[in-house]
Design a protein. Structure first.
Length: 220
C-alpha cells in the first residue's frame, strides 16, 4: 500500500491508541480524535494531527473533513450510539472505508446494516494486527519479535507459482528468509532450493522488520 493513504482514528482507548501509533510508525498520515484532552496530548507525540473532538458530534466530524480520509476507524468504546453516528457521518461524507469497533454480535449487525465496511472485535493487543491488515490487506499477518525482527505470513504471489526457491532468490533480492509453507493444512518447514511454490500456498518469512515491510509493500 502506498504511503499516501490517510487515516482518521476516532477514539483513543488502548485499541485506538495502538492502532494510531502503528499506522503512524509505518509512515502514514493519521488524524487522532478523542474528547479526552490527556489522550489527545499523548497521541500528539506521534500522529500527524491530534484533536479534541466528540465522535458523536456530526458538526465536529464534518469540520474535521472526515469524508476526505481513505480510512475512518471508529474505536469509541462501549457507546453504540456514538459509533452509529460516527459511521453514518463518515459514510455520508464520502469516506472510502469505515472500520468500526464493536463489543458483540448485535452491535456488529447494526453497524454493518448502516454501512460499516468492516467491524472488528479487538482486545488490547489487537491494534497493531488490525493496523497492519489495513496497510497490507487481509492476505497476510505480521508479528514483530523485537524492535528490528519480525515474522510475516502471506499468500504466495501469483508470479511465484510454478517457480522454485532457488529460481526466485528471495534472500538475495529482499534479504529475508522463507522458513515454512502452509499447504493443504500441513506445514512444511524443511524448504530446499528445489521447493516449488503452488497455488494457495501460505508462506512464512522471517527477517529484519524494515526489509519484510519493504517486501510486503512490493507484493501487496
Amino acid at each position: 500500500m502506498t504511503r499516501d493513504k490517510q487515516f482518521a482514528v476516532l477514539g483513543l482507548g488502548s485499541f485506538g491508541m495502538s492502532l494510531a501509533y502503528t499506522l503512524s510508525k509505518n509512515g502514514f498520515d493519521v488524524l487522532a480524535a478523542d474528547n479526552n484532552p490527556d489522550k489527545v496530548q499523548a497521541a500528539s507525540e506521534f500522529v500527524t494531527h491530534a484533536v479534541i473532538a466528540d465522535a458523536g458530534d456530526e458538526s465536529a466530524l464534518r469540520a474535521l473533513g472526515i469524508g476526505n480520509f481513505d480510512y475512518v476507524i471508529v474505536t469509541v468504546g462501549d457507546s453504540l450510539e456514538t459509533a452509529v453516528m460516527a459511521t453514518l457521518v463518515a459514510k455520508d461524507a464520502g469516506a472510502k472505508h469505515v472500520v468500526v469497533k464493536a463489543k458483540d454480535e448485535t452491535q456488529r449487525k447494526i453497524l454493518e446494516k448502516i454501512g460499516a465496511d468492516r467491524v472488528v472485535f479487538p482486545d488490547r493487543e489487537m491494534g497493531e494486527r488490525i493496523a497492519n491488515s489495513l496497510i497490507y490487506g487481509d492476505f497476510y499477518e505480521f508479528m514483530e519479535l523485537s524492535n528490528d525482527l519480525g515474522i510475516a505470513e502471506f499468500e504466495v504471489p501469483v508470479e511465484w507459482k510454478g517457480h522454485t526457491l532457488s529460481q526466485l532468490a528471495v534472500r538475495a533480492k529482499y534479504g529475508i528468509n522463507l522458513i515454512a509453507i502452509k499447504r493443504n493444512n500441513n506445514i512444511d518447514a524443511t524448504l530446499t532450493a528445489d521447493t516449488m511454490f503452488e497455488e494457495n500456498d501460505v508462506i512464512v518469512a522471517m527477517g529484519e522488520t524494515k526489509k519484510i515491510q519493504k517486501f510486503l509493500d512490493k507484493i501487496s
